[in-house]
Each structure stands twice: as structure tokens, then as C-alpha cells.
Design a binder for this molecule. Sequence first.
Ligand SMILES: [Zn+2]
Length: 403
Amino acid sequence: MFVLEFKAKGKTTQYAAIDEAIRTAQLVRNKCVRFWMDNKGTGQKELYRHSTVLREEFSFVKALNSSACQASVERAYSAIARFYDNCRKATPGKKGYPQFKKNCRSVEYKTSGWKLAETRKQITFTDKKEIGKLKLKGTWDLNFYQLDQIKRVRLVRRADGYYVQFLFSADNKVEVEPTGKTVGLDVGLKEFYTDSQGHTEHNPRFYRTGEKRLKFKQRRVYRKKKGSANRKKAINRLGRVHLKISRQREEHAKRLARCVIQSNDLVAYEDLRIKNLVKNPCLAKSINDVGWYQFRKWLEYFGVKFGKVTVAVNPAYTSQECSNCGAIVKKSLSMRTHVCKCGFVIDRDWNAAINILKLALSTVGHTGTWILDPTALGDSTSTLAGVIQSEQVGSMNKESPLL
Ligand SMILES: [Zn+2]
């Protein structure tokens, strides 16, 4: 699955119609969750049936294309299924009981309810939400693709406008020559990561400058009167800064991940979720979690795409163990250098990266490939240590044209 995204251009009334469609999709999703809460043993079939009841009950639900309605049911059900899954696996911590959504930003159509123009530069939504014809602005040319490859069409609202996403079903695996190299990565606070060759990748500057600008814009919001038009404007500006930073982060994570995957046959990294669960002293790393999860997501995505192996290892002891002799050398967070009795002195993160690679290689040697639930990536709380994830496609589908 991959996604092509376009900016949607239309009239204000059309944007209002998109908002209305998004609201309806949200309502259907929430009503389904409610129905599941009230009726024990509700499955996906019952939810579909419930959505037809909703269509009879509310004219505005009926106005939404029926397959878009179904897609909302599926959203509700995936939240429910995830919850069940977490319960079944008895993962420690929160199980993720399905919540009501208050701030949905998108509505998803399947293969009906929309039509592309002959030129494929415009899309018309044909259901009774009266969104009508939107111009598609973007660098992609839809003419390169077969129409029957488009499995979903999504309308997304962001701080800087509306977007149309086309989800394609396509196997875009790429054959590449093996490089003969393997690498272990240790993520840190100070550096983005340190690899097992001792190379460090610095945190990009926009991590810091972005934070400053966010604070600045946030203050601006507080200074405006509550409920005023100026406050709304300030909120929108803050949203745009958020959007810009998250795009920068995503691009950075993607570029880096692609580079790492392309120059290695096996990439090992820590399973940070486990790291947080075992509550080891490196918990401070969680500050950088967002960037790191994005990076990991892209590593796994490109791993699949380029046929490389990605391994998430148990982070326990990776920073304490001596990568030369295996002895445990206790150190606090502030100790930046690993000094062992065996005479081995090395940068702390470099030592950890070597351990991570070693662990991964020992795992690959005898466990083979385990296929996990591909939809679980990103919000799974149960990725096992040492599980090879080259088969995990996950929810990755946002490969942008910027690559
Ligand atoms: Zn040693």
C-alpha cells in the first residue's frame, strides 16, 4: 500500500461540506463504539448492521456514501480489535480501551462515491454530502497509475488546508544487491543515534529551533481573548507551526532510515517500548521518543521495501554490558564513557550499539522470521524482543514524493 497526496482546492462551501462529511464519519465511528460498549459480544458484522440502522435513523448519515460509512465502521472495529488483542496478549500496562473521538480529521471513501476527471487533475465526490468537484494540486501524475489500483480515497483536514490522499495497492518492493554489512543503532538524547561503527548522527537543529517557535506561538494564543477571532487565528498559526515541524521530523526520519537501510543488510535497534516497560534508568530517552518511533517505523518500512532485515532487540543491559568481554559495567546516565576491567574503553553509546548488533545477530542465527500482525505496527505494545521485523509491513503508507 502506498499513498499519493494532493492539496485540494475548492470553494469555502466545499470545504464546509468536507468538514460535514468528516463529522459524520466521526459520528458513525463513535456510535459504533457506543453500540459495542452497550452490547456484549458485538462483532464486526453487528457493527455493519448497526451502521445501516444509523443510515435509516439519520438523513445526514445516509447522505454519506455507504462505503465511506463502512470505512468508519472499520475504524471503530479496528480500535475494538486492538483492545481485544492487547487483552489476549496480556501486555503489561494500559490495554487501550476504545475511546470516543472528538477531533477526527479525515473521512475515507473506498472505491465508490468519487470520480476522477478525464485529466485526473480533479476529483468529484458524488455522494449527497455535496462536496462536489475539487482541484488536485500536487507533483504526482495520476495518469501513471491504473484506476483499479486505488483502494481508498481519503479527505484530510490540516491546519493549512484540505488534502486528498489516494491509497494504492501495489507491491513496490525493490530488488537491491546485498551490501554485506550489518549495523546496530543506539538512540540517545544527545545524538539522534550512534551506530556500531562509532558513527554518530546528530539531532537535527529544527528539533530545538522548532520547540522555541512553538513556545512563541503558544504564548501568542494565550495572550488573545478566549473565543475571539484573533485567538482562533493564533491557534491556526500555532497549528501550522506544529504541522511544519512534524513534516520536517518525518522527512528527516525517512531520509535517515532510507539511507541506513540501503547501506546495510541487517539493521538492529532497541525495542524502546520494552525499554520503557522494564523501567531502566535510560527512561530519559523517552523525550526523544516521537522522533525515534518515526525513524523506526521508516526503518521497518524500507526494510520490507528493499528486502533487508530489521531486528528490534531487548534493550536490557545493552548499555551496561562490555561489548569486548561481556562483563556488566554499571554506569549512571551521566557517565558517557564505558571503561571496563578488561581494558576496553569506548564511548558509552558506541558500546551499546555494538551490543545491540551482537544481540540481533545471535537472534537471527536461530529463530528465523516471525510474522507479526502487520496492522499492529506503530501502536503495538507487544513487539517481542529479538523478533525479526522484515516481514512487518505495518501501517506505513505515506511514502512522499520528496524521496
Ligand atoms: Zn570488558
